[in-house]
Design a protein around this ligand. Structure first.
Ligand code: PMP
Length: 428
């Protein structure tokens, strides 16, 4: 097995990592201790210790997130914003605290720029159906990249059907990198929306979103970034990159399912019509007319997902305690190690070899169907994914209908990658 240098990280022992960049202030990451925070990571599956390499689908949850959910229901369960009693005050305070945690996590300037939704999918639908319906018309153009998840394709197709706008697809090269010269040519004064994934869920490519946003703005288009595969892997600063919208799902960032985030710049959100309508999002209602609430309530109709929003806030605290910069360095190095190790498996073809890549490893092993490979790994407690990963056009770019995918998070180790590779080598 190769043990190449993994700059900028040096490996000490199996699971103890010291970031060279931070040598002077002695900061380090102890993966063993992080692993102890995740109850499910330490279970046996099919008689083997679980190796969770399906983080692209969802991450496991640290104990503090699970505890936040039970504490809410055991100690201060209440509806928010409209109560006139102690528990309602506590629940409201915690829910709004969670919003401020997300605001800081994304580097947004104001808490009201953070809208709680069900997940990335819902956030994109919200933008397509409100901003899109108001600002996009016949003959306008919507640019997507070849490497989008279905959730960042299908809502725009509906917008295109409803308005007569045209969808154009930015090509990628064999490594899985966006062809920026082509993108530049495709941007026109008819481009209204550019929707780009921050990190591809099949290729692991980290896209140059700051540059792409700058290019789109120079033509007057707005940009939505799909951060579903970035949120627990990279630090994000929406003001620095100047994103108009940024979306992510809590469950892919150590939080619960059923909660996610839409960030939008306040002046843009203010001009958008509300999406769902009902209680909570109104200021005054009579049978002739309704006056809508201010941000963020305007986009949070009905009782929100209070417990899960609070638990997402806990997940953010957890990531901040480790440090997103350290998480990113560690995972990039582990990804590099995994790529080098996987390349030693006979007949394995890696899909996605961009120079800027993190956390996602897609591959096929001739002549085995991906299902067979995933089932073989599962027998040894190794959870990966086989299929189209909800990004069929990406696989199609490589002439494939299906692939295997191992996706990493902060609790994965070099030892687990070695076991993955060893088990892949034993498939018959
Ligand atoms: N975008 C990307 C890049 C994703 O990987 C996913 C989830 N696989 C989504 C969007 C959709 O996320 P969710 O199902 O949580 O809404």
């Amino acid at each position: 097995m190769i043990m190449n240098s993994l700059t900028p990280i040096e490996l000490y022992g199996s699971d103890y990592y010291f970031l060279q960049n931070f040598k002077n202030d002695q900061r380090s990451i102890a993966i063993d201790s992080i692993r102890k925070d995740f109850p499910l990571i330490n279970k046996n599956i099919n008689g083997h210790p679980l190796i969770w390499l399906d983080n692209g689908a969802t991450t496991q949850k640290p104990r503090c997130v699970i505890d936040a959910l039970t504490t809410y229901y055991k100690e201060y369960n209440s509806n928010i914003h409209r109560g006139s009693h102690t528990l309602a005050d506590i629940a409201t305070k915690r829910y709004e605290e969670a919003r401020r945690k997300v605001q800081q996590f994304l580097g947004a300037s104001l808490p009201e720029e953070i809208i709680f939704v069900r997940g990335a999918t819902e956030a994109i639908n919200l933008v397509a159906e409100t901003y899109g319906m108001k600002n996009v018309s016949y003959g306008d153009e919507i640019l997507l990249t070849t490497m989008e998840h279905h959730s960042n394709i299908v809502p725009w197709q509906k917008l295109s059907e409803d308005t007569g706008a045209v969808i154009k697809v930015i090509p990628i090269n064999e490594q899985g990198e966006i062809l920026l010269e082509e993108y530049d040519k495709m941007l026109t004064t008819r481009t209204r929306i550019v929707a780009i994934t921050h990190v591809s869920n099949i290729l692991g490519t980290v896209n140059p979103i700051d540059q792409m946003i700058h290019m789109a703005h120079s033509k007057g288009a707005i940009v939505l970034i799909d951060g579903a595969q970035a949120a627990c892997h990279l630090s994000v600063d929406v003001q620095k990159i100047n994103a108009d919208f940024y979306v992510f799902s809590g469950h892919k960032a150590f939080g619960p399912t059923g909660i996610g985030v839409l960030y939008g710049k306040k002046p843009i959100l203010e001009k958008m019509p509300p999406w769902q309508r009902g209680g909570g999002m109104i200021k005054n209602v009579n049978f002739n007319k309704t006056e809508f609430n201010k941000l963020p309530e305007k986009f949070e109709a009905g009782t929100p997902n209070i417990a899960d929003a609070i638990a997402l806030g806990e997940a953010i605290d957890y990531m901040n305690k480790i440090g997103l910069d350290k998480i990113e360095s560690y995972e990039r190095a582990l990804t590099q190690y995994a790529m080098e190790s996987l390349s030693l498996v006979p007949r394995l073809r890696l899909i996605g070899t961009a120079s800027n890549k993190t956390s996602i490893l897609s591959f096929i092993i001739e002549p085995y169907p991906p299902d067979k490979v995933a089932n073989h790994l599962n027998k040894y407690g190794i959870a990966t994914r086989a299929g189209h990963h909800c990004a069929q056009p990406t696989l199609e770019r490589y002439g494939l209908k299906s692939s295997n995918r191992a996706s990493l998070a902060i609790y994965n180790t070099k030892k687990e990658i070695d076991l993955l590779v060893k088990t892949l080598c034993s498939i018959k």
